[in-house]
Design a protein around this ligand. Structure first.
Ligand code: GLY
Length: 407
């Protein structure tokens, strides 16, 4: 891209660190101008976010991970390292260190990675991609080390134990004996397996990842390209027994974060395989989202596309942040017209998330960056609160936007 922009020294200085993150934008076909004002906002957002995470770290018990915060009661919820979100806190610290070079963030990331590292042997969860790649994967990109590689390879081996050849999927949740439950979110854990094959030369990880992606593509999607949240397979035959939701409004509804995970997951699977069918799937999901009558004009998705009380229902900042990050990458893989549509949508999401409506003011929100995420509405947990993954993908999307701008 041939832009002549007078960017502040701070932005130029961070160019080196931005380019370290090769998992960000793999290609660049963008032919349109990034918004200069947004670039300035993003630079400020990184500084503000670093200050916020210093507030968060001061409130964190030594062996715990942030889960959420309730502003009305000034109460935090923390988790142990085995919670599916434990990788986002170190991952965000490392992204912010990459942008600000503030060693306080790096040192805190190093501290919490020590607490997290035992999860490399956890075979009781499918979330090892989230937990270990967003954290140790980012650490390994900044400071490549044999120790990180060993932890990541062990994590990939642990994740692989949950794959079943008859079903052709990695098991998400341990259900009843006759259930084999797979959720769309699981597409996000494949990156760890692709990485493991690249580093070890052992193709078994890659084969598991593409088999999972193929089975999910075959069964998880409806005719309109939206996805179910949960599929229950028969482990003996591999047939689908049930299609339903857990975190969405209804079995037949389109839970917003689920659509975002699918969009991101298939974009990433295309990046890792270069197989066109995954790009097609990502584009189909993007078209479902972007053309949906309930996708609001500010592009911050309602928590479920079919929530009955739209427009008087909650937005999900986490779904919006994931969509922005995915659309920025996908915009590099498609023709100019579609690329512009994706890029502009992501740009609008970033502008709106950076607005005070979603971005917390200094020192508020328990130190989280964003407000208004929806964790599990049917369960009545984590509703309209900050979420670690909203912060993580917001920061990632801003890095991606900046990376496109400086190319
Ligand atoms: N099940 C992970 C999520 O809430 O997106």
């Amino acid at each position: 891209m041939k832009h002549k922009m007078c960017l502040p020294i701070k932005i130029i200085n961070s160019l080196f660190f931005v380019l370290l993150f090769t998992n960000a934008i793999a290609q660049n076909k963008h032919q349109f101008k990034p918004d200069k004002n947004l670039l300035y906002t993003i630079a400020k957002n990184f500084t503000d976010a670093a200050a916020q995470y210093k507030v968060l770290m001061q409130n964190l018990p030594a062996d715990k991970f942030p889960k959420t915060y309730f502003p009305t009661t000034d109460k935090y919820e923390f988790s142990n390292s085995s919670w599916w979100c434990s990788g986002f806190y170190p991952g965000t610290l490392l992204y912010l260190y990459q942008q600000t070079k503030d060693t306080v963030l790096y040192n805190e990331a190093m501290r919490i990675l020590e607490v997290l590292k035992k999860e490399q042997f956890n075979t009781g969860t499918h979330d090892l991609g989230f937990m270990m790649y967003c954290s140790f994967g980012n650490a390994n990109l900044i400071t490549p080390s044999t120790l990180y590689k060993e932890i990541l390879l062990n994590s990939a081996k642990s994740l692989s134990t949950r794959f079943d050849t008859t079903v052709g999927c990695i098991k998400s949740w341990n259900g009843k004996p006759n259930e084999y439950l797979v959720i769309i979110d699981n597409m996000m854990n494949l990156k760890l397996l692709f990485w493991a094959t690249q580093v070890s030369g052992d193709s078994s990880f890659y084969k598991i990842a593409v088999t999972h992606a193929n089975t999910t593509m075959q069964n998880h999607f409806r005719a309109d390209n939206s996805s179910y949240h949960v599929l229950n397979y028969n482990a003996a035959t591999g047939s689908v027994q049930q299609k339903r939701t857990a975190q969405g409004f209804a079995d037949e509804s389109a839970w917003a974060r689920g659509q975002a995970w699918g969009l991101y997951g298939y974009t990433e699977t295309y990046r890792e395989t270069k197989d066109r069918k995954y790009l097609d799937q990502a584009n189909k999901i993007a078209q479902f989202i972007l053309s949906h009558r309930n996708f609001p004009s500010d592009k911050i998705a309602y928590w479920d596309f079919n929530a009955p009380d739209i427009p008087n229902t909650l937005r999900d900042a986490s779904a919006a942040a994931i969509m922005a990050s995915a659309l920025l990458e996908l915009s590099g893989y498609v023709n100019k017209k579609i690329s512009k549509e994706y890029f502009k949508t992501a740009e609008l999401i970033l502008k709106n998330l950076a607005d005070e409506k979603y971005k917390a003011s200094a020192g508020s929100n328990g130190g989280f960056i964003l407000k208004h995420g929806v964790g599990h509405n049917p369960n009545k947990t984590e509703i309209d609160v900050p979420l670690t993954y909203a912060d993580y993908y917001f920061v990632e999307a801003m890095i991606r936007y900046r990376q496109i701008a400086i190319k």
